[in-house]
Structures are given as C-alpha cells and as structure tokens.
Design a protein around this ligand. Structure first.
Ligand code: CAA
Length: 251
C-alpha cells in the first residue's frame, strides 16, 4: 500500500513488551505506525526501530511524556505534519508502583494515575476532533484485569485501569454515530518486564490461579487490538475485551 493511502496509527508505550507486538500487528494490517516512547528513551527507541526494520517492520518513533498535556499536543502536531491525522489510537502507556495503601506515598499514587489514566485524556483529546472530522476512528485503550477485579498492592493501578474503562464507555457514546469506535482491552498477566518485576513467589501463586495455566503472550493482546482496530470491526464500541486466560470471568 502506498504511504498516501495508509491510515496513521499511534501507539503510546509503543516500544514496550505489549506495545511492540501491537505495532507489528498494526503494520501487518497496513497502517503507518508511530510508536510513542519516553523522552528519556531516545537511544533505546532508535535501537528498537533498527531491530524492527531488521525484522521487516518500518515504524516511526516519537518521544512524549504522556502525563503532560502539552507534550502530547506537541507529539500529535509532529505526527500530523509528517503523516496526516491519526486515525487509530492505542493508549498503551502504563506503569506500576505496587505497594499496599498503608505504605503508599502521594508520588506513587499520582504517577500511576497520571501515566495510566490522565494520559488517556491527554492523548485522546489531541486526536478526537480529527477523527470526528474524518468520520472514522479506532481508539483502543489498554486497561487490565486488575482494573476489573482489583489486586492486592495495586490501589493506584487498579483505580487507574478501572477509570480507563469509564472513559471508554463515555467516549464511545459520544462518538458512536460518527464512525468512531472506542474500546478497551484488559490483559491478564502477560510475559513482559512489568510482570517480571512481581516477586517470583507472588507471581507463581498468581499463575497457579490462571485457568489457562500460563501467562499470556504480548502477541495475544496485539491480535485483539488489531481486531478492534480493523476497518471492518464497526459495531463493537464501549466494550471491554478481557484477554486473561480465564483469570477473571464476567459477562
Ligand atoms: N491477599 C491477601 N494478603 C496478602 C496478599 C494477597 N494477595 N499478598 C500479601 N498478603 C499479605 C502477606 O501475607 C502479609 O501478611 P502478614 O502481614 O500477615 O504477614 C501482608 O499481606 C504483607 O503486606 P505488606 O504491606 O507488608 O506488603 P509487602 O510489602 O510484603 O508487599 C506487594 C506487597 C508489593 C503488593 C507484593 O505482594 C506484590 O508485589 N504483589 C503483586 C502485585 C501484583 O500482582 N502486581 C501486578 C503487576 S503486573 C501488572 O500490573 C500487569 C497487569 O495489568 C496484570
């Protein structure tokens, strides 16, 4: 597909474990992909981009602080100037600062809410009017099983991820008549550096409770994101798709 006809996709947290696979899946879908990464990871992002190219994936990178509205505005301006309006947005940037509430300081609370939840406003606000004008948009917010069920040691993270889904349902209602779908995907425990940081004994106990008997793979999340981002996935909006090996079931 020529570059002019490609729809532009932006993936925040794009060079992380899940983000990388989402970028690949969207490129396979024919999108022109921008992976947004931390300002402090310029060098890592350049190496990542080279590795992606070596595997046959041409991807652009763009630095951002998703916790800053102004930084997000600048990022989207840059992408639009280079490639045109963002048609597909995957809000995937996220962090953990796990500790029980009795020990949690304000910085642990605020940083998780800023990076995981406020970021969704900060980035989506920059692209929503362009999508409305185009009459097309796909927004996929990466939430978490722990936003659905809560998790010991994650009052900050669980609150941020539950908040994402409230945002998803509200924005889905505002845009459903305009060719835009807004959905969340709630991963369970996926093989990434984020879950690797969970103490081994705690992690083993969690995995023992997963009906599938194993952690998930980043590709399994990416597959679901690409499905929701597809041009012909037109009637699913305001939904949350759990991808968790059966760890938490609801209807
Ligand atoms: N349920 C009930 N009690 C628990 C418990 C649990 N799940 N886990 C620990 N406890 C108990 C301990 O047995 C201990 O009890 P006693 O005081 O009676 O001995 C007490 O709670 C320990 O409490 P502390 O406040 O001292 O906690 P800690 O400092 O030892 O560590 C923790 C707590 C850092 C939260 C640690 O348990 C931990 O890392 N848990 C994993 C959290 C987790 O799953 N994070 C997910 C990260 S990956 C991710 O987030 C991706 C995604 O979307 C899924």
């Amino acid at each position: 597909m020529s570059k002019e006809n490609q729809k532009v996709a932006l993936v925040t947290g794009g060079i992380g474990g899940i983000g990388t696979e989402i970028c690949k899946a969207l490129i396979d879908q024919g999108r022109r992909v921008y992976a947004a990464h931390l300002l402090s990871e310029m060098e890592k992002a350049q190496d990542w981009k080279k590795e992606m190219a070596q595997s046959g994936y041409q991807v652009s990178t763009v630095p951002v602080d998703v916790a800053s509205f102004d930084s997000c505005a600048e990022m989207v301006k840059k992408i639009e100037a280079e490639a045109g309006p963002v048609a597909i947005l995957v809000n995937c940037a996220g962090i953990t600062r796990d500790t029980t509430l009795r020990k949690m300081d304000l910085e642990f609370w605020r940083s998780v809410i800023d990076v995981n939840l406020n970021s969704v406003y900060n980035v989506t606000r920059q692209v929503i009017n362009g999508m409305l004008e185009a009459g097309f948009g796909r927004i996929v917010n990466i939430s978490s099983v722990n936003g659905q069920k809560g998790q010991f040691g994650q009052t900050n993270y669980s609150a941020s991820k539950a908040g994402i889904h409230g945002f998803t349902m509200a924005l889905a209602q505002e845009t459903a008549k305009k060719g835009i779908t807004v959905n969340s995907v709630s991963p369970g425990y996926i093989e990434t550096s984020m879950t690797a940081a969970v103490p081994e004994d705690v992690r083993n106990a969690i995995v023992a409770g997963i009906p599938a008997g194993r952690m998930g793979k980043p590709e399994e999340i990416a597959h679901t994101v690409a499905f929701l981002a597809a041009d012909d996935t037109t009637y699913i909006t305001g939904a949350n798709i759990p991808v968790n090996g059966g760890l938490y079931m609801s209807y």
